[in-house]
Design a protein around this ligand. Structure first.
Ligand SMILES: NC(=O)c1ccc[n+]([C@@H]2O[C@H](COP(=O)([O-])OP(=O)(O)OC[C@H]3O[C@@H](n4cnc5c(N)ncnc54)[C@H](OP(=O)(O)O)[C@@H]3O)[C@@H](O)[C@H]2O)c1
Length: 344
């Protein structure tokens, strides 16, 4: 594999993340109607929204891309408007406001809450269970791709190859339980409305400004110990995750489909830290011992339907090191991927 150069700045990174595949452009040419992205203002939403605009344009189609969030962070709404997204401020917990939103045939659901669950669990349950119930009931005529998480699965050893979609959920802790609650609310309303949906179970997006690789590289560069409790993980380039999310619209079904969205590689925490250390000419420090059970998803179904991600882990590791060394932006939002007791 030829390693491509790391994006040189934030603008180039955003452009690379939002580059659609040929297959997505073809899918956007066939897809009917507008798209609404609920919870667009987070880490993944802007990539998905900008990619949807680009792919639609390259497909020669006219389609509106709506982006809904409270827009609590500064600047995101303006950035999205400039990219051609029609933004609508809305608190999705407010049913009356949700009822007033446009109802296009395509919905991407990205809103959710994870960090802060310990000590304020009821807010997490409201966001992850009540909001999906409101959305699924209100968008009864739309197909929905709903972002879920690999955290609904049990912890498994790397030797298993990761959980396939057939493994029954066994969520640990209230965050993961609320994520299963989100899936169940969507299932319930899909059954009642006879509508189509896909549960998009994501494991760790990488966009260089945050993510598991970002967390590990920071520790290695600053000589801090890398926690080995979670010895293995899966990751996917956020550009590939967004591409699969948009292409998943045509795979929504009733009963809802489940799709693991992650890279096909099972990555070792220790080996990754050693690779970063080698690139920096440093000795890595470690803490904890591999508990031999982690959140790992098997990506075989995704690869079969959509093909391999365009960016492999080897390339991501190189980019992540280069990004940090050139002083690239960081969101300062750790993933806490080393947590395996469900307490977020
Ligand atoms: N990033 C990953 O690697 C990863 C991995 C597994 C699963 N996921 C799941 O994928 C989804 C998207 O991930 P993400 O990383 O982009 O999450 P995120 O950064 O937390 O973004 C979610 C966005 O939803 C919006 N939101 C929250 N509450 C809202 C409300 N009441 N009304 C309207 N909007 C609201 C927020 O923007 P405002 O504050 O502006 O409203 C927030 O930025 C989440 O469900 C997440 O759990 C992500």
């Amino acid at each position: 594999m030829t390693i491509q150069a790391c994006p040189k700045d934030n603008q180039e990174l955003e452009a690379l993340l939002a580059t659609p595949s040929e297959q997505l452009i073809q899918a956007m040419a066939k897809l009917d109607g507008d798209i609404i992205i609920l919870g667009i203002a987070g880490k993944i939403g802007p990539t998905v929204g900008q990619m949807a605009v680009k792919a639609t344009k390259l497909a020669g189609k006219k389609r509106r891309i709506f982006g809904v969030s409270r827009f609590s962070g500064k600047g995101t709404q303006t950035q999205l408007e400039e990219a051609g997204i029609s933004t609508i401020p809305c608190d999705l917990l407010d049913r009356k406001s949700v009822e007033k939103l446009p109802k296009p045939p395509n919905v991407l659901f990205l809103a959710g809450r994870k960090f802060g669950t310990e000590g304020a669990a009821s807010e997490t349950w409201a966001m992850n269970v009540l909001v999906p119930a409101i959305v699924a009931e209100t968008f009864s005529d739309s197909r929905i791709v709903s972002a879920s998480t690999g955290c609904v699965y049990p912890l498994v050893a790397a030797s298993t190859g990761g959980c396939t979609e057939d493994v029954p959920p066994e969520p640990i802790g209230e965050y993961s339980q609320s994520c299963l609650g989100r899936e169940r609310m969507f299932d319930y309303w899909c059954q009642r409305n006879n509508s189509k949906l896909l549960h998009y179970r994501l494991n760790y997006a990488i966009d260089l400004r945050y993510g598991v690789l970002h967390d590990i590289v920071q520790k290695v560069l600053h000589g801090q110990p890398v926690d080995l409790t979670v010895g293995h993980f899966n990751v996917i380039w956020q550009g590939d995750a967004a591409d699969v999310m948009l292409r998943s619209l045509e795979f929504c079904d009733n009963p809802p489909r489940i799709l693991n969205v992650t890279g096909p590689e099972i990555v070792s925490t220790e080996e990754t830290a050693c690779q970063f250390a080698k690139l920096f000419g440093k000795e890595p420090n470690f803490a904890g011992a591999d508990a031999d059970s982690c959140y790992l998803s098997n990506a075989a179904k995704m690869v079969k339907i959509f093909g391999k991600p365009r960016v492999a882990v080897k390339q991501l590791i190189q980019w992540q090191a280069d990004w940090l060394l050139k002083g690239g932006k960081s969101y300062g939002k750790p993933t806490h991927f080393e947590v395996n007791n469900g307490k977020f």
